[in-house]
Every structure is written in C-alpha cells, then in structure tokens.
Design a protein around this ligand. Sequence first.
Ligand SMILES: NC(=O)c1ccc[n+]([C@@H]2O[C@H](COP(=O)([O-])OP(=O)(O)OC[C@H]3O[C@@H](n4cnc5c(N)ncnc54)[C@H](O)[C@@H]3O)[C@@H](O)[C@H]2O)c1
Length: 332
Amino acid sequence: MRIGLIGAGAVADLHAAAAEALSGLRLTAVCDLVEAAAGRVAGPAGAAVFTDYRDLIDSGLVDAVIVNTPHGLHRQMVTDAAQRGLHVLVEKPMATTLADCDAMRDACHAADVTLVVGHIQHFLPEKVAVQSLLADGGHGPVVMIHDYRTTDYRPTTRSAWFFSPQMAGGGALMNIGAHCLDRSTWLGGAPAEQITAATARRFGVAVETDGALRLRLANGVPVSISVVSDTPHKADDLTIVCERAVITASPRLGVHVQQDGRTRQIRKRRPSDIPDAFRAQLSDFAATVDGRPARVSIEHARHVVELVLAAYRSAELRETVAVRPTATHAAA
Ligand SMILES: NC(=O)c1ccc[n+]([C@@H]2O[C@H](COP(=O)([O-])OP(=O)(O)OC[C@H]3O[C@@H](n4cnc5c(N)ncnc54)[C@H](O)[C@@H]3O)[C@@H](O)[C@H]2O)c1
C-alpha cells in the first residue's frame, strides 16, 4: 500500500518511519504548505513532495493517506481523499464538530474506503499492558478512574493554529483532553453518559488552557480528568482503581499494580515505546483496509469529540450535561 502523508508537523516523522518500517507499505508522497517541511519528511523515503494536498491525492502515487493536519482541516481532506478512492487514517481528534465526523464517516462509507482515526493510546505499550491486566479480570472490575495530564498552552509554545477556536475546535481539552477521554472510556469499558466540566483560559489566548472533567460511564464507573498547562512537573498519569488492586500507568514510569500494600512493576518504559505504537497503529490501519475490524471504531472516535463538545457546554452552562449513548454504543 502506497502511503501519502498530509501535514509534516510534530508527529510526521513517526508516521513516516512507521510506513517505511512495515512490510507491504511504502511512503510515496508527503504534502505540507511548507515545502521544506514536506521535503525533510519525504527525504529518507525518496517520496514525492507536494504543497497542495489536492495534487497529492490526484497524483496516482498513493493508495491511502494519513491526514496529520490542524483539526479544522480534517473533514475536507478526508472527504476529498475518499472521493478519490483513497483509504484514510486521520489523526485525533476526528474533527471539531459532530456534523464533520458524520460527513467523514458517510463519505468513506459511500466511497467504500476505510476510515480509521489515529487514537494512539490504544497502541502505546503501557496502555495495552493495562488493557491486558483488565481483560484478565484478576483484580476485579474497575470502580473508578483518575487521569492527570499536563501540557503547555502558553502562546508560542506550539503552532499558532492550536490557539484558533475555528481551526483547533478548542484548546487543551480538544487536543490533550481527547487522549484522556479516549483512554478513560476505552479502559473504563463503556461510553460516558454524563459529564461535568470546568475550564480556564489563561495566558491571554483564545482557547481553554486547562480543564477539569467529571464523567459517569454508562456502566456506572466515575472518571475524573484534569488537564493543566505550564506546571512545575510534567505528568501523564492514569490511575485505575479496581475492586482488588490499583493500577497506574505512565509513559515515563511504566505500569504498576498495588495490591494488599505490595507494589509490582508490570512494565518498564522502553525508548522504542512511541515509535512502536505508531507502527502498531499503522499496521492496524493496513489490516483494517484488508477487511479486519479496526481496533478503534469510528463510533468511539466520534464519541470522544462528542464528549469534548459536551464538556464545553457543561463549562459554559455550569451544569452537568447528559450524553445520550448512540444506538451502536447501547447495543455494545
Ligand atoms: N497522536 C498523537 O500523539 C499526536 C501528537 C501530536 C499531534 N497530533 C495530531 O496531529 C495533527 C497535527 O498536529 P501537529 O502537532 O502535527 O501540528 P503541527 O502544527 O506541528 O503540524 C501541522 C502541519 O500541517 C501543515 N498544514 C497546515 N495546513 C495544511 C494544508 N492545508 N495542507 C498541507 N499541510 C498543512 C502545517 O504546515 C504543519 O506543518 C492534529 O490532529 C493533532 O491533534 C497527534
């Protein structure tokens, strides 16, 4: 499968390296508005360089694209690629509105091409290890989840589009909170049915820089999520309280289980964890193109966007907001 990469920003090298590492896949084209950025990522693979994504998707050089651009561009790029018969892996969050999510899903369905959203959490080795522990069931059911992630939304710390409500669809919650909502609902075992949120907007930027969320999942599991900007210490700490043990996971510290006052380390961090996750994600995408079910469903990716938008509503109204599970969720 010949892969075209649209957007040569922060994680482009990881996508490109994954495409080059997997057998049966090749990176054949890269597009970025900034030609030098596209050229830098395309270079090692000898891939063609474009500065207009429409030229890339019309080039006949690719069978699939990875859409790795600002959130507000996902819809148009995905629907255009689908109309050219190209399979699509689009970065998280799927889009900035539910109407856009639905248009993307429908366009790919109508064109009979695969659409997968890159929710990397499902491929990070430490999160996969947590999921195996939970599936094993030995620690009893999940009774609550706490998720704390730091970030930095001071101006100039990231590309300007992240501070545009229109282009980014929101701030720290749409970007980083999306990872927390994804992994909490995935590992918590059910979609959320209600959410209460507060947001803060600091540093004079136009989007929220911090957020605190409380969710109740449809199976009754309570979840609390905090995303905080510009902190003294960086953190990416997931705590899952089960009936008979507490599991913690962080990319830096690995996975630990606490039971009866004893701590066991289940997994240590490895330097290759992140590249391995991007390879596993792309491999899953290729398998999905071959007809296997994707590890992350479109319903799940859409639900993440639904929850971020519900959080914004809750913060604005200062009240708890109900989220009605879709028919697919209800059946699952
Ligand atoms: N999975 C993860 O862990 C992870 C990490 C970082 C970013 N992301 C996601 O990746 C996407 C991109 O974010 P980023 O951090 O790489 O942003 P970025 O600003 O670093 O890169 C975006 C790139 O897109 C290019 N671009 C903008 N408009 C374009 C257009 N019309 N045509 C072609 N190229 C265009 C920009 O020039 C820039 O190089 C977002 O959806 C983001 O949420 C995911």
